[in-house]
Design a binder for this molecule. Structure first.
Ligand SMILES: *Cc1c(COP(=O)(O)O)cnc(C)c1O
Length: 231
């Protein structure tokens, strides 16, 4: 508990400093604590320490834990989502941040529509150099937006990306500024269900750079909960 408290304070301090450095001290930024491989008990400690938003990247893990977590928690799906798992997320998550194909968007829309629900979504964009990362290519975004305009059970609120995992600050910055430019370019592309405002970018190793590049949502695991086991 003491370590967790210290880590959270430390992360908040670093966020605050980065906001000041970027001239964004009056802006709000959402902190999502990434809880993959973190037990419900620890998540409940984090809630006692004031955190409310949590990120999970696997549906099964989320479902296993969620009933043991205080109901104040809001979960966000941040990992690659298979279409056959979408139905399990209804009433479980606040946003799906990893929408990366039209097929997935259509399935989400269909399942939430069946239950009369609307879900907030972010579109995941592939900005990194690695080939393994999920996400739409930047040049696919326009076509994607035109095709999802009728999916009324998803509210598309912004973009999400994972920056290249590297020590090269310039390369990381390139990923984040690319996401910013995309949002800028498509900010006028609004409809009943599309209004791109959020930029979900920045993890433990790069969140200060992400803040400087305009991030509105940070997804931070290791700096809060410590190193995970390699899986
Ligand atoms: C694990 C994960 C994070 C957090 O990573 P840390 O380096 O532990 O802060 C953020 N986003 C996604 C999509 C993740 O899978």
């Amino acid at each position: 508990m003491e370590i967790l408290k210290h880590n959270i304070e430390n992360v908040k301090e670093r966020i605050y400093k980065a906001l000041i450095k970027s001239g964004r001290q009056n802006e709000k930024i959402k902190l999502i604590a990434v809880t993959k491989q973190v037990s419900p008990e620890i998540i409940n400690e984090a809630i006692k320490l004031g955190l409310r938003d949590f990120g999970e990247n696997r549906v099964q893990e989320l479902l296993k834990k969620i009933d043991f977590v205080d109901t104040q928690a809001k979960f966000h799906m941040i990992g690659h989502l298979q279409t056959n798992k979408v139905k399990y997320l209804i009433d479980k998550v606040e946003t799906i941040q990893s929408i990366d194909s039209i097929k997935l968007a259509e399935e989400i829309n269909k399942r939430f529509n069946e239950k009369g629900k609307v879900i907030k979504g972010l579109i995941q964009i592939h900005t990194a150099k690695e080939e393994t990362k999920f996400g739409l290519m930047p040049e696919e975004l326009e076509d994607f937006l035109e095709k999802v305009i009728n999916l009324k059970n998803i509210k598309f609120e912004g973009l999400m990306t994972i920056g290249t995992l590297t020590d090269d600050e310039k390369e990381i910055r390139r990923c984040f500024s690319l996401l910013w430019e995309l949002r800028d370019k498509f900010s006028k592309f609004t409809s009943d269900n599309i209004n791109l405002k959020e930029l979900s970018m920045g993890m433990t190793s790069d969140f200060e750079i992400a803040i400087e590049e305009g991030s509105t949502i940070l997804r931070i695991g290791t700096a809060i909960f410590g190193e995970r086991k390699v899986s």
